[in-house]
Ligand binder design. Structure first.
Ligand SMILES: Cc1cc2nc3c(=O)[nH]c(=O)nc-3n(C[C@H](O)[C@H](O)[C@H](O)COP(=O)(O)OP(=O)(O)OC[C@H]3O[C@@H](n4cnc5c(N)ncnc54)[C@H](O)[C@@H]3O)c2cc1C
Length: 324
């Protein structure tokens, strides 16, 4: 362990094969987690056919509760808040296997366990974590993340949403609109961002039941059609000062740290999704017959399948090495 390189050092220093983690190194616990996720995918998702590819917020909530009961939402949460505090390899295994077969539900789950939970897990006070983190970890509460605005996408710090301290100093009053918010149709909490006095970019925990908070209609999307994506509108929403997340003026630190880990998990989802697609392609190529032979026997098709397998193997290797 002492010789093991950290972070990006593997690019600049000597690297031994002994430090390189590959899926063949999965422990018995890692394999048990993969099996549990696969059982959930087959039993709760694939068994519903096309149903999970249409927005149904009641069903999404029910499935998230089931995922919570099976521990699938708890990997990155500390044990004292009903989490499992698993290693990053386990966290990626969950995303990977969901990506392989869970369709739109993957986005619902990933958004909740990533940017819908991590801002609190990373930056919450003990009091904030006691109030919300156990609920998020078990699926009793659903988390959302509200950074994007109609005029602030990639350029997120161009946010127009404002927060003004009330005269009695007990509340921040939020006004503005967040766009494309995943799980907004049924979430309980949103980690959102506003400029205090129009300048200090700050993170807040806001409950969906707050007076003045409303959501717009579901977006009609080209893909991920079973996930809820809506605008969230803040109209004089009073947020207790205890719900400032991190420090006033340091909202970018909350946002970027949560997004970094969220993106890491998105990578695993993409690899899992590629693998699931690969299995379908191989099945089709072995069943489809042309010129009296299954098309997988033709060189061009064989080459395509081999190319897919190589690329998935390379991506999978990169992701589990990074997780380690
Ligand atoms: C299905 C879905 C779910 C989402 N869920 C959430 C969510 O839960 N919470 C949330 O906060 N947001 C969410 N988003 C918003 C998403 O994060 C934004 O779409 C993203 O930040 C990009 O912003 P934009 O769409 O306004 O694109 P823009 O910023 O307008 O970018 C448009 C294009 O310009 C390119 N571009 C921009 N700047 C540069 C540059 N400097 N150099 C080169 N190219 C550039 C971009 O790469 C892109 O191709 C979601 C979006 C979608 C589609």
């Amino acid at each position: 362990m002492a010789d093991q390189c950290m972070g990006g050092q593997f690019m600049t220093g000597p690297v031994s094969w002994k430090d390189t983690f590959v899926p063949e190194d999965f422990t018995r616990e890692h394999r048990a987690i993969a099996k549990t996720v696969l059982e959930f995918v087959v039993g709760e998702l694939l068994s519903r056919g096309d149903e999970i590819e249409h927005v149904n917020n009641e069903l999404s909530r029910e499935l998230m509760r089931k995922a919570g009961d099976m521990g699938l939402l708890a990997a990155d949460v500390p044990e004292e808040y009903d989490g499992m505090a698993l290693d990053k390899i386990s966290s990626l295994i969950i995303s990977d296997i969901l990506g392989q077969g869970a369709g739109s539900f993957t986005v619902t789950e990933l958004n909740h366990t990533g940017i819908g939970t991590l801002p609190l897990a990373f930056f919450g006070t003990d009091d904030q974590k006691k109030r919300y983190l156990s609920g998020l970890s078990t699926g009793i509460l659903i988390g959302a993340f509200g950074l994007t605005e109609p005029d602030a996408g990639s350029d997120a710090r161009n946010a127009r949403t404002t927060a003004v301290l009330s005269d009695d100093g007990k509340y921040y009053i939020l006004n503005g609109t967040k766009a494309f918010i995943t799980n907004a149709g049924f979430a309980d909490l949103i980690f959102t961002f506003a400029k205090v006095n129009g300048a200090a970019f700050t993170a807040f925990i806001v409950e969906f039941g707050s007076e003045g908070l409303s959501v717009d209609a579901e977006e009609v999307k080209m893909g991920m059609k079973g996930t809820s994506t809506r605008s969230v509108i803040f109209s004089n929403v009073r947020v207790p000062v205890e719900n400032v997340l991190g420090e006033v003026g340091k909202g970018h630190i909350v946002a970027l740290n949560a997004l970094n880990m969220g993106r890491f998990k998105v990578g695993a989802v993409c690899i899992g999704n590629a693998r699931g697609t690969f299995f379908e392609a191989v099945k089709y190529a072995t069943q489809r017959v042309q010129f009296n032979r299954p098309i997988c026997e033709f060189g061009l098709i064989t080459e395509k399948i081999a190319e897919m397998a190589c690329r998935i193997f390379a991506g999978e290797s990169m992701m589990y090495r990074t997780a380690h």
